[in-house]
Design a binder for this molecule. Structure first.
Ligand code: SF4
Ligand code: F3S
Length: 346
């Protein structure tokens, strides 16, 4: 069954929240993938992470994990779920590298680069441990495309927070950037991965933004479609957790965080952080964790806030701890633009 790219993007995209990633949509995508013929196998490597991205993917209901690995993705290697162990498991990768077979590489977790990558190793070659860094570089060089799944892999995330003795780095630091697609979120979002792999299969490289994120998932911020947006526009803000109002003053990063949580939600559309009473802490933002830090519940700096006198409320003290004024300016500008744009549209 063929599926036009236009329809595919409608189903995946933020504009189709009502239909996105339901079992019906997934069935349609799976049929289109199967009908399009041979599918590149997927190699999944996990580095410096808490396995949250794997769990996020494996816990998903739409698609469920069986459909995922049998009908949508040909999963050739995955440290956590594969039955093979030891040399038998590693031989899958060695054989792949020795062959001409095409494949896609998914990387979960940051890449430890300090001390030659010694902080994470997997298997041996000629009696020597092989670092995760080496695997990413070897397999990444051969892969048709590389998907950095989750914020640690995409931007460094929490492993790259200040201190970072392992030299935790995003995949783009150790591979030619043009191959890498970033899918940030902590953890990574299942429909982002399935949608990206399906797009690669059906139509080739998806359209990416300036940070190499697929536009079909990352064009809007969580603030753009937040269910508490009417409170924001009225200047009606929560001052304490538990108040059912806009959580901007409680540090919500929704205005600068490009993601589709406010539309597609989580756990098969059951809930998302704001509905659960938490500000968006910006887990998909490049500054989440990271060397410059990102204070979870501190207010964003320099944002126009409706309902406040002068409409130019400056955050008391810079909320996100940024490296310098330039970075603060970028963040503030991004927020200001989003707010200004939305005010014009409303
Ligand atoms: Fe929603 Fe946060 Fe925006 Fe308020 S600031 S409308 S809680 S995303
Ligand atoms: Fe992360 Fe914010 Fe979504 S914290 S899960 S990007 S609502």
């Amino acid at each position: 069954m063929s599926l036009s790219r236009r329809r595919f993007l409608q189903m995946m995209g933020a504009s189709a929240a009502a239909t996105a990633m339901t079992p019906t949509v997934l069935t349609r995508v799976a049929e289109a993938v199967q009908a399009s013929g041979a599918w590149y196998p997927v190699v999944w490597l996990q580095g410096q992470s808490d396995t949250g991205c794997s769990e996020s993917l494996l816990n998903t209901l739409a698609p469920n994990v069986v459909d995922l690995v049998t009908e949508i993705v040909d999963l050739k290697f995955h440290q956590t779920v594969m039955a093979a162990q030891g040399h038998l498991a590693i031989s899958v990768l060695d054989d792949l590298l020795a062959s001409e077979e095409k494949f896609l590489l998914v990387v979960e977790g940051a890449v430890p680069t300090a001390h030659g990558g010694a902080y994470s190793t997997m298997g041996e070659r000629d009696g020597k441990k092989v670092t995760f860094l080496q695997w990413v570089q070897d397999l990444g060089a051969r892969a048709e495309a590389v998907v950095a799944f989750g914020t640690c892999s995409a931007f460094g995330g929490i492993p790259a927070a200040e201190g970072n003795v392992t030299g935790a780095s995003p995949v783009t630091d150790v591979l030619p950037e043009q191959k890498v697609i970033r899918l940030p979120s902590c953890p990574g979002r299942p429909h982002h991965l399935v949608g990206t792999l399906a797009h690669l299969k059906l139509y080739g490289m998806p359209e990416l933004d300036e940070l190499r994120r697929p536009k079909m998932f990352f064009s809007l911020t969580n603030h753009d479609n937040c269910e508490r947006r009417p409170f924001f526009e009225r200047g009606d803000y929560a001052h304490h957790f538990g108040e059912h109002k806009c959580m901007y003053l409680l540090g919500c990063k929704g205005p600068i965080t490009h993601n589709d949580c406010s539309q597609h939600q989580w756990n098969s559309r059951v809930n998302w952080p704001v509905r659960g009473g938490s500000p968006c802490v910006g887990c998909a933002h490049p500054l989440f964790g990271g060397p410059r830090g990102n204070a979870l519940y501190e207010q964003l700096p320099e944002i126009q806030v409706p309902g406040f006198a002068g409409l130019e409320a400056k955050a008391d003290k810079a909320a996100i701890v940024l490296a310098g004024a330039a970075a603060a300016g970028i963040a503030a500008h991004a927020v200001g633009r989003a707010v200004t744009k939305n005010k014009k549209e409303s």
